[in-house]
Write a protein that binds this ligand. Structure first.
Ligand code: PMP
Length: 363
């Protein structure tokens, strides 16, 4: 009976959100969801998105089902953002993409594939990481979940030695989640030199890279620069998966636009692999929806819209960087004890303040 279902308590950001909703303070500010807001706190939508949406309304000749792996033009343009030109690899059958339900959906489809068709059972992810990584992989049958050291809470920097030691001890064929840029939640990214070392360890240990990129452009202000690690692993000849989210880059949070890029060595039977992905998707939601991915595809494939997107997206990122500076200045000006340089040292969408729960509850 349903009343035998074990009781569970809400956790993570949903419980913080409930506490926020119940708080009657007129001064409360919602810092829970990672979304861009206008000055008045309402969700901000990049104007180019509205423009592209109006253009595609007339393009859409049919509301027929999409194929399970979605719009190929979209997945190809999305993969180009990650790797630059992929025309040749697309033709060779060494790279393909799967349209997914946001970045979360891309991680889920990748996890299902690795579990069902590669017999993977072990996953490593950074400590700390975005809260859904562990949940998605355990729901997909990964029985061994391990954290690799990432944040040193004392120094507020990356514990790179610890990270290397943990990866060096990972068993062969372990899947390793790598935040490509703008690490959530620490805002701390590896240097190029450190990425090189990580790729050497992973090659030596035969580990499977699974990149997660939800903030391309938002760490350095440059979309190419933020894809550096992915390009490096590609150039090093890895086979890997990359879950790509368009929620933040296009301010289209509820359209759930994502891509799972699959990078293979030559000689793989790409058609057969695609069928595996199709079957996974058929069993979960049959096929993806059209509107969001079509809109992103329109922007990525139309040079004028692309330029408009890039300049307004970049302006938005620099505005967020200025906010970091202003926030640090304000904290320091009122003489708050402690050092606050980490606020401006961190990159991307998040600020990890290093406040313990006593302070969070007090605030
Ligand atoms: N990965 C990371 C690291 C994220 O921070 C997020 C979004 N918070 C996602 C994936 C999921 O993205 P989406 O909202 O597109 O599902």
């Amino acid at each position: 009976q349903f009343n035998n279902v074990p009781l569970v308590q809400q956790g993570g950001y949903i419980s913080v959100n409930t506490a926020f909703q119940n708080d009657i303070s007129p001064l409360k500010i919602d810092l829970i969801y990672g979304t861009f807001r206008s000055e008045d706190g309402s969700p901000y939508l990049l104007p180019v998105v509205k423009k592209a949406e109006q253009m595609i309304v007339n393009d859409i000749s049919s509301h027929n089902y999409l194929s399970p792996t979605g719009i190929e033009g979209f997945t190809k343009s999305a993969s180009k953002l990650l790797l630059g030109d992929v025309e040749k690899q697309w033709k060779d059958g060494t790279i393909f993409g799967v349209q997914c339900v946001g970045g979360t959906g891309a991680i889920k489809i990748g996890a299902e594939f690795l579990s069902r068709h590669m017999n993977c059972t072990t996953v490593y992810y950074p400590d700390p990481t975005w809260e859904m990584h562990g949940t998605v992989f355990s729901f997909s049958g990964f029985s061994n979940k391990f954290k690799y050291r990432y944040l040193n809470k004392e120094t507020k920097l990356i514990d790179f030695e610890g990270l290397c030691e943990d990866m060096s001890n990972a068993p062969i064929d372990s899947v390793v989640i790598l935040h490509a840029c703008g690490h959530n939640p620490t805002g701390l990214d590896l240097t190029k030199e450190q990425w090189r070392t990580v790729s050497e360890i992973m090659k030596e240990r035969k580990l499977i890279p699974f990149f997660d990129i939800a903030y391309q452009g938002m760490a350095s202000g440059d979309i190419e620069e933020d894809a550096w690690a992915i390009r490096h692993f590609y150039n090093e000849g890895f086979e890997f998966l990359c879950a790509q989210s368009f929620s933040k880059m296009f301010t289209m949070y509820n359209e759930r636009v994502g891509n799972l890029m699959v990078v293979l060595k030559s000689g793989c039977n790409i058609d057969s692999l695609k069928i595996h992905f199709e079957k996974i998707i058929r069993s979960l939601y049959s096929s993806p929806s059209n509107h969001g991915a079509r809109t992103v595809f329109k922007i990525l494939s139309d040079p004028e819209l692309y330029d408009e997107w890039l300049s307004s997206f970049t302006a938005m990122i620099f505005q967020a960087m200025d906010l970091r500076k202003a926030f640090r200045k304000a904290i320091e000006e009122i003489g708050t004890p402690g050092k606050w340089n980490h606020i401006t040292d961190q990159k991307g969408m998040f600020i990890l303040l290093h406040l313990t729960s006593i302070y969070v509850d007090y605030i």
